[in-house]
Design a protein around this ligand. Structure first.
Ligand code: SF4
Length: 66
């Protein structure tokens, strides 16, 4: 089933671990603002995005049902 990435912007501190793990999905700009480049997570990318979610030290990421 397709999942969607959700960012809790109140928690995100722009550390950029998500971008380091999955640069095709996350981009952190100079103002520490994270942009989702791709919101929907395909089966193929699922494990990678789960890793990015776990890597976020601010617990700002989660996967939800699309
Ligand atoms: S790893 Fe978490 S805190 Fe860091 S930029 Fe990504 S979402 Fe924000």
């Amino acid at each position: 089933m397709t999942k969607r990435i959700h960012v809790d912007r109140g928690r995100c501190t722009g550390i950029g671990m998500c971008e380091a793990v999955a640069p095709n999905h996350f981009e952190v700009d100079d103002e520490a603002e994270v942009t989702l480049l791709v919101e929907e997570v395909t089966e193929k990318d699922r494990a990678l995005i789960e890793e990015a979610v776990r890597a976020c030290p601010a617990l700002a990421l989660r996967l939800e049902e699309a």
